[in-house]
Design a protein around this ligand. Structure first.
Ligand SMILES: [Zn+2]
Length: 522
């Protein structure tokens, strides 16, 4: 062997050695992530005592406390002085004691005679209206069909009464797109139209020509229901309808008071349908006194956060995010004795949460942090519509433009012992390539998927902002969102292998300085 070749051989050997060493090193950190560790975290998070971790709720809070406690034990740093990011939760219920309707001195009964809709959310502070009622047909203004229930009608400061549906609802030859419904038949468009014409309130009746059942339904307010609880109201960060006017669904008794009988209203409706000409008018003796009062319920849920600062002075301001949601869908409040009623969410997503925790622990155990910083986040409210990640990306604790990647884990311990899905792989080619390379040693079986699931977990809110972001998952299975998603069915070995993959991928990304390509998502 000549000298040069020898040197080359040494160099090659050295390179081989160093890459092997690197692999070993990566493995060494990753080896802290064990099935037993994952099992310990999952067994607590998915235990019956946490009742399915619904957002918001005291069991969810217990889970958050547990995760934060572990973050502290691992030695993660707080972010903005805390391991928590609080998410405000605003919802509203009907205040039954201050909601009333009377017409011309006759009082009606809440629930059996009238029920407010939720569009009443943002009304005047007193929630008290006193005005005459104008019958405004279907409440439709449709210049494209040459039809306007408000033509020549003055409803300023008045309460309008309108019918459900649109003229000639089931007539296949109707100018209103035949028997298909136009946008004008939509309730919310009728509320908007009434408001635009100056009405201050809206009474809505199910139209007697098309429906037998005229019972008011309104919104399923928990205060009017035996079965609904306030905790089950939708999780609204704040989705109140701005400037909406109160809208009330009224039933047969109100129709009889205003029109004498259901049949006379039916005759008026039939007349409009026949002529396709509006027939709107001020109703005699219809002075209406309406009070709608809502109780605003304010509470909160929390994202759990922690970080490891990068070791490189220049790169530590950049951050690789590792996340997963820790909430699930709760439990059935109605259930038989001895029946399983808790959605434990062991796979969805105690597994991914355990993954985040295990990866955090592994990084924290390293003597030296990678160049870039690492940020760990467990989201609340994913099951209510990605609420926690939505809130985080709207109110980031670390600059979005410095967030270089987001690795999300959601459901990593079911669906075969070694299958691996990377949702958004093709939209994130750089990230995918790193991950598949790191997977070579781990030997998980990569199952390519389309982008159908791209919007289905928290990574999506980051991707939308231009951050390379994927969801790492074992995929869906028949126990998904059932009471059977229990800890004993979870493959902790698989979950720990996927967590190791995330660890290794994050380690590569946090150790380099390049930015990653993402493809447009159509
Ligand atoms: Zn999930």
């Amino acid at each position: 062997m000549n000298r040069f070749l020898k040197i080359a051989a040494i160099i090659v050997a050295g390179m081989a050695l160093s890459s092997e060493l690197r692999a070993q090193k990566a493995d060494k950190g990753a080896l802290i992530i064990t099935p037993a560790q994952v099992k310990e975290y999952v067994d607590y998070l998915a235990s019956d005592s946490l009742k399915g971790r619904k957002t918001p709720g005291k069991e969810l809070d217990l889970a958050a406390d547990y995760i934060a406690e572990k973050f502290r034990d691992f030695g993660l740093e707080t972010v903005g002085g805390s391991y928590f990011q609080s998410i405000p939760y605003i919802s509203q219920d009907l205040d039954v004691s201050s909601t009333s309707l009377s017409i011309d001195g006759v009082a009606f009964e809440l629930k059996s005679d009238f029920i407010p809709f939720e569009a009443a959310s943002d009304m005047n502070p007193e929630g008290h209206f006193n005005a005459e009622i104008v019958f405004a047909g279907y409440g439709i203004t449709a210049p494209e069909y040459g039809y306007d229930d408000y033509a020549g009608l003055d409803v300023k400061g008045k309460i309008v009464l309108i019918l459900k549906s649109e003229p000639r609802k089931s007539d296949t030859d109707s100018p209103f797109m035949g028997s298909k419904e136009t946008k004008h038949a939509k309730f919310i468009n009728k509320v908007r139209n009434a408001k635009e014409h100056g009405a201050i309130g809206l009474l809505f009746v199910t139209d007697p020509l098309n429906y037998m059942m005229l019972k008011p339904q309104g919104y399923p307010w928990p205060s009017l229901s035996k079965f609904m609880k306030r905790e089950t109201l939708p999780f609204n960060v704040d989705t109140r309808v701005e400037g909406a006017i109160p809208a009330i669904h009224v039933g047969e008794k109100v129709i009889m008071k205003l029109f004498g009988s259901v049949d006379s209203l039916k005759a008026i409706q039939a007349g409009i349908d026949k002529s396709l000409k509006p027939n709107s008018f001020l109703i005699e003796k219809s002075r209406c006194d309406l009070r709608v009062s809502l109780i605003t319920i304010t509470t909160s849920a929390r994202n759990v956060v922690g970080m490891i600062k990068g070791s490189d002075k220049r790169l530590r301001s950049e951050v690789v995010i590792i996340g997963g949601h820790y909430d699930h869908v709760g439990y059935n409040s109605q259930h038989k004795e001895g029946e399983d009623y808790i959605y434990n969410g062991a796979d969805d997503n105690a597994s991914g949460t355990a993954g985040v925790m295990a990866v955090a622990k592994a990084f924290a155990a390293n003597r030296k942090a990678p160049a870039r910083s690492l940020f760990f986040i467990c989201f609340a409210g994913e099951e209510m519509g990605l609420v926690g990640s939505d809130y985080y990306t709207e109110h980031p604790l670390l600059p979005i433009e410095k967030s270089v990647a987001m690795l999300n884990m959601d459901m990593i311990g079911r669906n075969g012992s070694d299958t691996l899905q990377i949702e958004g792989a093709d939209l994130n080619p750089d990230l995918r390539d790193i991950m598949l390379k790191e997977n070579v040693d781990l030997g998980l079986k990569y199952v390519p998927t389309g982008n159908e699931m791209m919007g289905r977990s928290d990574h999506y809110n980051f991707f939308k902002l231009g951050i390379t972001a994927v969801d790492i998952t074992g995929g869906l299975h028949p126990d998904y969102h059932t009471v059977r998603d229990n800890p004993d069915k979870l493959d902790c070995d698989k979950a720990s292998r996927i967590a190791r993959l995330v660890y290794r991928t994050a380690k590569v990304m946090a150790g380099e300085s390049r930015r990653y390509i993402i493809e447009p998502f159509k």
